[in-house]
Design a binder for this molecule. Sequence first.
Ligand code: FAD
Length: 613
Amino acid sequence: MIGGGHAGTEAALAAARSGVRTLLLTHNIETLGAMSCNPSIGGIGKGHLVKEVDALGGAMAAATDEAGIQFRILNASKGPAVRATRAQADRQLYKQAIRNRLENQPNLTLFQQAADDLILVGDRVVGVVTQLGVRFEAPAVVLTAGTFLNGLVHVGLTNYRAGRFGDPAAISLAERLKEIKLPVGRLKTGTPPRLDGRSIDFSVLQVQPGDDPVPVFSFMGRREQHPRQVPCWITQTNSRTHDIIRSGLDRSPMFTGVIEGVGPRYCPSIEDKIHRFAGKDSHQIFLEPEGLDTHEIYPQGVSTSLPFDVQLALVRSIRGLENVHITRPGYAIEYDYFDPRNLKDSLETKSVAGLFFAGQINGTTGYEEAAAQGLLAGINAARCAKQLPAWSPRRDQAYLGVLVDDLITRGVSEPYRMFTSRAEYRLSLREDNADMRLTEAGRELGLVDDRRWEAFNRKRDAVALEAERLKSTWVNPRQLPEADAVRVLGQPMEREYRLFDLLRRPEVSYAGLLSLPGAGEGLVAPDVIEQVEIQAKYQGYIERQKDEVEKSLAHESMPLPSDLDYSEVHGLSFEVRQKLAQGRPQTLGQASRLQGMTPAAISLLLVHLKRRK
Ligand code: FAD
């Protein structure tokens, strides 16, 4: 594994857990698990990925439980498909939690050195050479270099080479990758200045506490693992802030064309925001503690690469920050990424056998997207070393499947982040059932230990038993006092009902149901109750979605031979042939999601495949 960020550490842990001897090679052991930007994990779509990584035995959720200083459930009042956990983490505690796992993982060795070169034999990778010339041989290599390949940091019109503030860029490796003609592009991302909390006037700010009871991230997590919990605060930019920003645009690397890479649309810099939403005279800023033992505060919402004097003036124009001291300037970074359409669904590159890419290097942004890809690449690198077939979840099984499929079929034109809207089967792909969806696969892959497996089986059995009990327990109006029926159901009960069918009504909660005479003994485990309730309330929708999945599966997983000559497929336009030949999709499902593909083209392809048999 090359790289000790979020992709590299999950990759190394997953490979080692799968039982293969693994080396994690990284620039600096002190920065293992470092969060380059906001010390926060999860959020909408991202929390789903973290729970999936957890269900497959990964580290991110468990490390967050040990490091999280504020936890919230976002969209708590909305449907379960879009509910998501988000935690503010103590940056140092998070790094410690990750390093602790890496140092205690059997089969895993750490080594601090830059990887400068890949050793290739023909079109297969067989090892890596470090900066000091140390050679490591390996049947599989996972590259997770993040923003480090040809990294260029910008503050105003000043720029210099770096992987992120304070870390060296990876130049030799980037050049080597260009030599082997992997399709490379440029993207950019940015971060806000950090503030000294002692110079902030919190008394004028809106306080934002975490949730009570405090949520946990990992399916194995316990509330007692959390460190002390602290609040965040909210403030706003104003028209003076916006004037200051506008006055600095002539020295902005973004607006003067110095930065060529495309930035994340959903996480724009403050200068980008006031430019794009010119009619808005205020933007919300969240002030988030960087940890328990530091005064540093992360101002979410003012990511910027404006010159330092403009940064200082703009933050000081914000309420509560009038006398603020900046501890670290904000900056933007441009870096190389590789077109993920050159990857298989295992994350192995199509052009170099045994070479896997994961994380920001594939054009994504975010720790969670990186961790999920790292886990998958680690699993498949281990399987490649053991000469086992690759494993990858489908779009209907996991957000991880959606992420990888989006990347390899559509590529990226801007940094890719996960949203629930990207998943067509999102009602089935919820945070709360990530364990139900993936733990069994994780166990088969050798990633899930006995403790997790036993806990999972207990939960699964309890859900099944209770659902069965509710389906076979009837209540009838003659035994049920009318007052009770009205209290729980909102109306008198006109006939006999199964408890499960009553629970399907939106106004009936599990707790209410169990308070009915004759409803029997209930459950205590909230995670089991949650599953039973969701099963009842969304049964109709979930079953409809299952039917859709089954119908599409036959075509979805139909393999497209790697030697298929698309010029022989009758009726396809030249453009579609070219797209298929370039994209080389592995299945008909992947082909259907290539940009510009039409249902008619897929039918022609299907006819051709049937004829070929
Ligand atoms: P990284 O976390 O970057 O880790 C890469 C690792 O590889 C490092 O340990 C590095 O030392 C190592 N490495 C690199 N090259 C070599 C080599 N040749 N040899 C040995 N080791 C090597 N994400 C968001 O979601 N929202 C944001 O607002 C946001 N802002 C960001 C702002 C900045 C300035 C930066 C730098 C990143 C930002 N990110 C943001 C992105 C987030 O940090 C990344 O998506 C995430 O860290 C990617 O994880 P990764 O494992 O792919 O790479």
